[in-house]
Design a protein around this ligand. Sequence first.
Ligand code: ADP
Ligand code: MG
Length: 844
Amino acid sequence: MSVNLQTPIDYLKGVGPNRADLLRSELGIHTYQDLINLFPNRYLDRTKYYKISELQRNNAEVQVIGTIVGFREVAQKRGKRLVADFKDDTGMMELVWFRGQKWIRDSINIGKPYVIFGKTNWFNGKFSMPHPELELQEEHEKNLRSAMQAIYPSTEKLSNKGITNRVVTKIMQQLFLETKGHFVETLSDSIKGELKLLSKSEALFNIHFPKHQDLLSRAQFRLKFEELFYIQLQLILKNLIHKSKIKGFVFDKVGNYFNTFYNEQLPFELTNAQKRVLKEIRSDLGSNAQMNRLLQGDVGSGKTIVAFMSMLMGLDNDFQCCLMAPTEILSVQHYNGLKKWCKTLDISISLLTGSTKTSDRRIIHENLENGNLQILIGTHALLEDKVKFKNLGLAIIDEQHRFGVKQRSKLWKKSPSQSSQREDAKIVLNRYRTARPSTYKLMKELQQENKKNSTEAERILWESLRGKKLDAKFRRQHIIDEFIVDFVNLEKNLVIEVDGGYHNLKEQQEIDEIRTLILKDLGFKVIRFSNEQVIADIDSVLNSIGQELKSLPSGEVGGAVPPHILVMTATPIPRTLAMSVYGDLDISVIDELPAGRKPIKTVHRYDNNRLKVFKFMKDEIAKGRQIYVVYPLIQESETMDYKDLMDGYESISREFPMPYYQISIVHGKMKAVDKDYEMQRFAEGKTNIMVATTVIEVGVNVPNASVMVIESAERFGLSQLHQLRGRVGRGAEQSYCILMTSHKLSNDSKTRLETMVRSSDGFEIAEVDLKLRGPGDIMGTQQSGVLNLRIADIVKDKDILEQARYYAKSVLKLDPSLGLAKHKVILNTYRQMSKYRNIWNYIS
Ligand code: ADP
Ligand code: MG
């Protein structure tokens, strides 16, 4: 029990400095703990031995018992290789070494039975095994602990340097020896009991040295559950803390704007899903916590009106609202859509994009600050520093995956502060003290610990700051949000961090970065100094702090109440993924299309049917409809794609000649104004066909367009196909989606096309997409770190994830501060993990 799992791996017997370096650089193993968490990729049955005559040409790992008859050296281009003839009673094969030949020759006993293990090659009519693992049969039998041999992740460098699977296994055994296989339990008795889980020690033993399949499965379940449980716990806690701590504006009135619109102007009956979501939003806005809600809804499900009605709630409570969209086209469209409604309601609304004229801009800025402007629609131009609101109450972001985290967080401080930050710091602390006694206690403990262990540099700086050399009051080890900062001046919201030695660690740097980002969001300016800087030249450090103090305004932003945030996305995210990526956001789903929509008829056609497709297009145009023809655009082969697009455009121009037909073209190489002009022509019905690359993917609304032809459809991802299809089917007419491909299709492409033809349900499509591509490629998840799971798999272990979330929720529901005795083990584990905290849950 006395072995500390944070012990550097160098100290483990059999590791030593060279191997330790390799383990660190190749597998990220720094400590005993990291090694224990190196989970096997798979297992091999080591009680199974092959006869040489049974070997197959599939290059799998096998075990053979036999004897070495003799060695030969074979010259090759560079150097020589050592070949041994190896035989059993059914035949002969070769063992081959390219390195370490002398050692092999010296240590092998010719004629004694060995067990060899490795991958076989078929070469010159014979099987051979390069660099086999070799063990005398009698040794092998003594060591054989389990039928199932763990196969660990490895790298080429590791195996080249002789850190074979056997070596890793040996080291692992050594670790179990030194720790006696005792590991601290990390789940509560009640969870273990209810789910009949193995203990932590049993699970770890059996994941590395499984006795049999059943125990292995149970070990895997336990460890996956645990991993997912703590992630969910962290996310849910984050959400709870957020709600208890981040104040929001209270929209408690339902007033004129909302009621008038609802009773007199609603252009259609809302779907039940829309009503439900509006209720969810309403209840968030009425509580005094900041809303952080993700609204998912398939293309055409009617998110815009939900957004608009949410804004009306803000307006009724005398707040300003904004809606940000990722492209100019989209924001113009939103603006035009909402303008009519605003006009009858007498609401002032403006559009701000990159192409807004400077003179108009000035007017917008002014009216935002004096409060005359109620709704602002726009692109990321809204994020510019010059854009300041009088009182921004609600910010809505459409198609959120197009915006980065940093951009989103900028919206937080668009309104001036409501209360002094000193008050706010007190409130935060008091809330902690009462609502989360154990968290508070933990902070205090950490604080003590930090005080005790402060570095030389920290002490030097503190001496000077306390000595009032700067005429400003600093606090030391102060808690802001959930962070303890080294020094803070609350008048100016200036945080000073002095970096200790551990700041060199990569993870710590990441944490520092995110932390700085969050502190910034809370209105603090963070400056850092290294230990060396402080020790070497305290005067210049003080000098630059003084400069900062002078340049900062007093009492700004720190106590600002952030606006409510609603992010909308039309990319359905499978539930399990949403639970992990957005687990700390509240999620609303519009899972119902407005009534009367005719499902889009989707067909798959091969290129050689093109003439029939052209004929069909002509018929539709004759009925007065419009058509999209979309070509792929993939960064890597941009020029090729461009050529395809142009060739396609030419052939369509030939087939649909002027003046009978009008054709628009839009692609990425055009200037924004030209693009807009062409889009506009199409939207106004002046052209019949829009030939485009995927620039039209997001949000564009042309209700009269009823046919979507997707060229080289096999090259698009599922979610992209679904997005594109969503461009049609917006009017009352029957709409069509035609997926054109060549005859050469991979299995995955076939699945994608079949899924599109079969289903129009965005969530079902997203599930298939997730299965095909894995979570890494799904929009918006790349930076989420959801992939950094050690053992669980977000796709395959869906059920375990649901269970883990359920348990995490029930634990926190009963005991939000984890203060109960029976949750002590959970609290301790959580604290332990927070020290080496995963940072990705801050991303949203
Ligand atoms: P998206 O969710 O893709 O943003 P929109 O908000 O653009 O969808 O809505 C698509 C179309 O459906 C719009 O023309 C909108 O006016 C219409 N719509 C929205 N809600 C309803 C409803 N409840 N009944 C009928 N039509 C609706
Ligand atoms: Mg939309």
